[in-house]
Write a protein that binds this ligand. Structure first.
Ligand code: G6Q
Length: 550
């Protein structure tokens, strides 16, 4: 079934939201709190180990009501069913979108073109499990009989960012294996990694859905060449012991020298940026053990069920998506910040940048016509408290409205409460300060207390005032674990989906990325043959400068 093609701006709810925005644009959150002592009770969600307090937003109950009407009018409910049931919702590539099936229970029935895919998924999961156990136990060895000590994930984009983010996030749960990632075609990247490796004890996982990606193939060939260098006494046959692949293209992987038994299949209904739940997550499983990998999937599955079954007013991904639409489309916010108060989630923002911006960075509606409203939000962020010492200035006192998600955990993994209490006091203090700001009276009172002269106070006062009223969501989770990480990622995946449905765009293709792949290939040919062909003046000038000076 095809998704509908409703222009959201033509819905009744949108028109009502525009009028409502005129009333709300000057609303003060601090005042809203003063007027309603039960505000937080109304605007928080509790589910499993998650609490989301979204009361620090420029909303009232009518805002939420109208945003939900918008979701109803664009047919979100039936779109969610289509998504989970394997309908061809990636219409421009004629594919289902079923990363949710990868974390479904074994008893689930999910059909793609009339065939239940769950048993195939579990076959691959069992293969991941067996392989992981062989590597981590030392039963599987390299060409000199030594157990593996290092794993190198070779992939880019969706075949890199998810595993890299999750391995970093789950460092606390890691085993003895050293894990490395090679993604960029920049030769300096791969050479820096090679420098740290011993060929006898290193396992290479080539992750490429297509097995045609220039960066990944170039890096894999460079590593293969290094692996076969005479000093190591390796032979062609040893490749099969040290290289495995994750791909839909078994033939190409075999041509590289990989034993077909060591190719972990994936499916075209898994989009790269949503693929960490498939065999693309093999490196995660190797790094933290299969049971933890399975817990990650379990956590995602539980969030899937929440999203699929919960009413919109209690549904975490839906509420987060609607709030984001409110700021993006009515307040004209240009970006959103994502601030995890844990160093482990330092790669969360880059990871979700791909998920969010590759999915919803579209300007043509599902009806093939250009959209006349804003889509894709820009996501950025860094862990707190580091971010506070850097770009928070602009969030507090800049000219732009930047709604922010603050993600924090109640229990620290190493149990260091001294550090954790300091960390979390910053976490709570920031959202409070962003909301209340600091008034002239408060600043003046501080000056009086400090004995600042009247003249100096007059000069400094405007710079020390904070207007406040900056919206935040506080996402407070019990503890960072494979399971809660799975739920967190799944929550953001579904937020992306909801936004794409409301914006009437196709979230699961990426023609902009495909374009980049083609363009680079034709310029490479010109660099190889040292013949600069027809380009605009600037590009020709740059290419010539590069060729002359290289
Ligand atoms: C993700 C994108 C893109 C893709 C990479 C790698 O949704 O399509 O980031 O994952 O281009 O592609 P391969 O896995 O085919 O090498």
């Amino acid at each position: 079934m095809a998704l509908n093609t409703i222009n959201p701006t033509e819905t009744n709810a949108w028109k009502k939201l525009e009028m409502h925005y005129n009333e709300m644009q000057k609303a003060s959150m601090s005042e809203l709190f003063q007027l309603d002592a039960t505000r937080t009770e109304k605007f928080n969600l509790k589910w499993n180990d998650f609490l989301i307090d979204y009361s620090k937003n420029i909303i009232n109950q009518e805002t939420l009501q109208l945003l939900q009407e918008l979701a109803d009018e664009v047919g979100l409910k039936s779109a969610i069913s289509d998504y989970f049931e394997g309908a061809i919702i990636n219409q421009t590539e004629n594919r289902a979108v079923l990363h949710t099936a990868l974390r479904a229970q074994e008893s689930a029935i999910i059909n793609v073109e009339g065939q239940n895919v769950v048993s195939e998924i579990y076959e691959v999961k069992n293969k991941i499990k067996a392989f992981t156990n062989e590597v981590t136990s030392g039963a599987r060895t390299g060409y000199t009989g030594k157990p593996f000590t290092d794993v190198v994930n070779i992939g880019i984009g969706g075949s890199d960012l998810g595993p890299a983010m999750a391995v970093e996030a789950l460092q606390f749960y890691k085993n003895h294996l050293n894990v490395h990632f090679v993604s960029n075609v920049d030769g300096d990247h791969v050479n820096e990694v090679i420098k740290k490796l011993n060929p006898e004890t290193t396992l290479f996982v080539i992750v490429s859905k297509t097995f045609t990606t220039q960066e990944t193939l170039t890096n894999s060939e460079t590593i293969k060449k290094w692996f076969l260098s005479q000093d190591f006494g390796t032979t062609q046959e040893d490749i099969a012991k040290h290289f495995v692949a994750v791909s839909t293209n078994i033939q190409k992987a075999t041509e590289f020298g990989i034993n077909p038994n060591n190719v972990f299949p994936m499916w075209d209904w898994v989009g790269g940026r949503f693929s960490l739940w498939s065999a693309v997550g093999l490196t995660i499983s190797l790094a933290v053990g299969y049971d933890n990998f399975d817990e990650l999937l379990q956590g995602a599955n539980e969030m899937d069920e929440h999203f699929k079954t919960e009413e919109f007013d209690k549904n975490m991904p839906v509420i987060l998506a609607l709030l984001s639409i409110w700021y993006n489309n009515f307040f004209g916010a240009e970006s959103e910040a994502l601030i995890p108060y844990t160093q482990y989630l330092q790669k969360l923002a880059p990871y979700l940048q791909q998920g969010t911006m590759e999915s919803n960075g579209k300007s043509v509606g599902r009806d093939g016509k250009p959209v006349n409203y804003q889509t894709g939000t820009i996501i950025w962020g860094e862990p707190g408290t580091n971010a506070q010492h850097a770009f928070f200035q602009l969030i507090h006192q800049g000219t732009k409205l930047i709604p922010a998600d603050f993600i924090g955990f109640i229990t620290p993994l190493y149990g260091d409460n001294d550090h954790h209490d300091k960390l979390m006091s910053n976490f709570f203090a920031q959202t409070e300060a962003l909301m209340h700001g600091k008034t002239e009276t408060q600043v003046q009172a501080e000056f009086d207390k400090q004995g600042v002269s009247a003249e100096k106070a007059k000069f400094l006062l405007p710079f020390k005032v904070f207007s406040g009223n900056k919206p935040t969501n506080t996402i407070l989770i019990q503890k960072l674990s494979p399971k809660t990480l799975g739920s967190l990622i799944s929550m953001y995946e579904h937020k992306i989906f909801v936004q794409g449905i409301i914006w009437n765009i196709f979230s699961f293709d990426q023609w902009g990325v495909e374009l980049g792949k083609q363009l680079a290939n034709s310029i490479l040919e010109e660099i190889n043959t040292k013949t600069v062909k027809n380009h605009d003046n600037s590009t020709a000038f740059l290419l010539n400068h590069f060729l002359i000076n290289k």
